[in-house]
Design a protein around this ligand. Structure first.
Ligand SMILES: Cc1ncc(COP(=O)(O)O)c(C=O)c1O
Length: 363
């Protein structure tokens, strides 16, 4: 029987196994310590940030960012209507209200003009999501300036964007006050679960470190300067994360190759339109496309042992939110958006097979 090609599977190798075996043989506490520091330093250096704080998920990183800048219950926060639901949920956790704004059709990032018209006196922050590593067509700095002009916090949800840069060379997640990353299973590097915050602001970094560790500045003591929780990472995850980070440069190259292969081979399949990428700066995390007859294609590909995943439905229509509004772009993605197999370990031959199968379907 043919092997099923998953839309996404994490990829770990011997390096992770060896590192974990060595770590366990040392007799450790498993909780975050030296390995976490090394992992944080790797993220810090890679993104060019002054501080990195590892956490237990991307969602919690966003919640921590919101708490650290002082967002409170009933504050309004602008979020894209096309994103993983964790973005709005992260601030719901503290009782704040997400205000959904539609995205640009080309990049699926927040549409600055729509943001401008949605800001109200209750708005206190904008969470910018770089969708699949992309930056908006309208200079992202204009969005940041708009936030600063209106006295709003500008937080970057870079969960999908490790290895993506803005045109000026700054890593995505590093132009606002705080940037958030995720290392959940499907991400470009994974620690199973996990996240990280980056910031250049030392006070904010200290606040974030206390926030994740019961409000104390030093582990192993019971003196608490502020209210905090337990959003810590573990050294077990960091052991994996360190090995994954070593593989990141090669993964960025391969992710770009994968996108280029799909792009070339699907050129003449008019029913499939890949979203564009500026490969000189950004790295496609998933292969995202608008396709005709999506349900038929998904079924046909599945019958031929190919996995896909339907792109995020518009958040305002999710049963969890049910908010009225006009969101034509995210609505269309909800109807036609599809992620094709995007895992790092996919072979060129598998991509050939996937494209040929799609061609057969449309013919
Ligand atoms: C844009 C975005 N934000 C936040 C998250 C949440 O990250 P995590 O799953 O690590 O909580 C994700 C995860 O897929 C995401 O894609």
């Amino acid at each position: 029987m043919k092997k099923f090609i998953a839309q996404m599977e994490p990829h770990f190798g011997e390096e992770e196994t060896l590192a974990m075996t060595e770590y366990m043989a040392e007799g450790n506490f498993l909780t975050e310590y030296k390995r976490t520091e090394t992992f944080e330093n790797m993220i810090k250096d890679f993104t060019g940030s002054k501080h990195c704080i590892a956490t237990n998920s991307g969602t919690i990183s966003l919640t921590m960012a919101a708490l650290a800048v002082g967002l409170k219950a009933d504050d309004e926060v602008i979020v894209p209507n096309y994103t993983m639901i964790a973005t709005p949920n992260s601030i719901k956790m503290l009782g704040a209200t997400p205000k959904f704004v539609d995205v640009e059709p080309e990049t699926l990032c927040l549409d600055i003009e729509k943001v401008r018209s949605e800001i109200s006196e209750n708005t206190k922050a904008i969470i910018f999501v770089s969708a699949n590593g992309r930056y908006p067509i309208t200079d992202v700095r204009k969005l940041k300036e708009l936030a600063l002009d209106r006295n709003l916090h500008f937080i970057e949800d870079a969960a999908q964007s490790l290895g993506s840069f803005y045109p000026d060379g700054k890593h995505v997640g590093t132009i606002g006050k705080i940037g958030c990353f995720s290392f959940s299973t499907p991400k470009i590097i994974s620690t199973g679960q996990g996240g990280a915050l980056v910031t250049d602001d030392e006070d904010l970094a200290k606040r974030l470190r206390r926030l994740k560790d019961f409000g104390r500045s030093m582990g192993g003591t019971d003196f608490h300067e502020s209210i905090g929780y337990n959003f810590k990472f573990t050294d077990m995850q960091a052991v994996i994360g360190i090995e994954q980070m070593k593989k990141l440069p090669a993964r960025l190259i391969r992710k770009k190759q994968i996108w280029k292969l799909y792009k070339e081979k699907l050129q003449d399949v008019k029913e499939v339109k890949l979203f564009n990428h500026d490969l000189s700066h950004t790295t496609p995390w998933f292969i995202d496309a608008k396709v005709e007859n999506r349900s038929g294609l998904v079924k046909f590909l599945k019958e031929n042992y190919i996995g896909t995943r339907i792109m995020y439905p518009p958040i305002n229509e999710q049963p969890a939110y049910k908010v009225q509004g006009e969101y034509p772009v995210s609505k269309e993605i909800g109807l036609n958006g599809l992620w094709l197999p995007s895992m790092i370990q996919i072979s060129d031959e598998q991509i050939d097979y996937i494209v040929n199968t799609m061609r057969i379907f449309y013919n």
